[in-house]
Design a protein around this ligand. Structure first.
Ligand code: PDD
Length: 279
């Protein structure tokens, strides 16, 4: 059976979903999105994802405000209770009468959601290679904007160098991955860059911090220099779809002994248990 998607109040097969070429999402990337895991039909950290969505919408001055209950009602019919999936939810500023950079006076936002199976990411257990790159994105990285050209070019360059992720560096300090947040372990201490407009406030990041603190593992939310990254005992990249991925090679050099580290093992186990407990 073909996948059902949600578009502007309707549920329809993916191949029947149509958006106008005048939609500002298509013309300008004028929209925001969320990626929300759905483990066996349970929407993971829905409130946190919706809070971030609300922040993204208000940052781009897009007026759309649905309650958590309304979102749940819209999204739940898309998920399959027998699988681990994720919802992609996108809101754009809608269809304008003509292409004009300025906001249209009366556009109705386009609301689109679809659900896909989470593909198991092979690098999860053995670790991945990553490469550092200059963070050439804009000044509003805390907004989950659909305008992802810089991110996709960075990720593609990493892939072409045989790596799974680009780790981004701004003014000598590490920010995050092209589509992930970053954690390092230095002298037994877990560190991650503090929330700011330089990074997306990841939901996976929040869960990891909570799990660490609940298990007496201190987390230092602070700046991480490129030199500190290069000398780290462990490096992880984290996201909703790939979860917690150990980086075992950085810029062609092994990270510590070139294998996933003990703290990754511990936190990954806690994360998997936590996921099971809420699904
Ligand atoms: N991206 N930073 C960036 C730039 C991201 O694109 C993502 C996730 C994250 C991690 O956020 P979270 O833990 O909430 O998934 C950090 C999603 C998965 C994507 O664009 O597909």
């Amino acid at each position: 059976m073909e996948h059902k998607v949600y578009l502007n109040g309707e549920y329809l097969p993916l191949s029947k979903a149509r958006v106008s070429v005048l939609d500002r999402g298509f013309l300008f990337g004028d929209g925001v999105y969320e990626v929300i895991p759905a483990y066996h039909g349970k929407l993971f950290r829905l409130e946190a994802h919706l809070q971030r969505l609300e922040n993204s919408l208000s940052n781009i001055r897009l007026g759309l405000s649905y309650s958590v209950e309304k979102w749940r009602e819209i999204l739940l019919p898309l998920v399959d209770e027998t699988k681990d999936q994720y919802i992609y939810l996108q809101i754009t500023r809608g269809v304008a009468p003509k292409r004009d950079h300025a906001f249209p006076t009366s556009a109705v936002p386009t609301v689109f959601a679809m659900c896909s199976d989470i593909q198991y990411f092979e690098g999860r257990e053995v670790g991945v290679k990553a490469v550092t790159m200059d963070d050439n994105r804009w000044e509003m990285c805390h907004v989950k904007a659909t305008t992802l050209l810089a991110n996709i070019l960075l990720r593609q360059q990493a892939i072409e160098q045989g790596c799974a992720e680009a780790i981004l560096v701004k003014n000598g300090y590490v920010t995050e991955g092209a589509a992930s947040n970053l954690f390092v372990v230095i002298d037994g201490e877990l560190m991650t860059p503090a929330k700011s407009a330089d990074i997306l406030p990841g939901i996976t990041r929040d869960v990891i911090i909570e799990l660490a603190q609940a298990n007496d593992i201190k987390v230092n939310e602070n700046v991480i220099s490129l030199e500190a990254l290069q000398a780290a005992d462990e490096i992880w990249v984290t996201s909703s779809t790939r979860e917690i991925i150990p980086v075992v090679e950085l810029d062609g050099q092994p990270v510590a002994d070139g294998h996933p580290g003990p703290l990754w093992r511990k936190i990954n186990e806690l994360f998997q248990q936590y996921k099971q407990s809420v699904s």
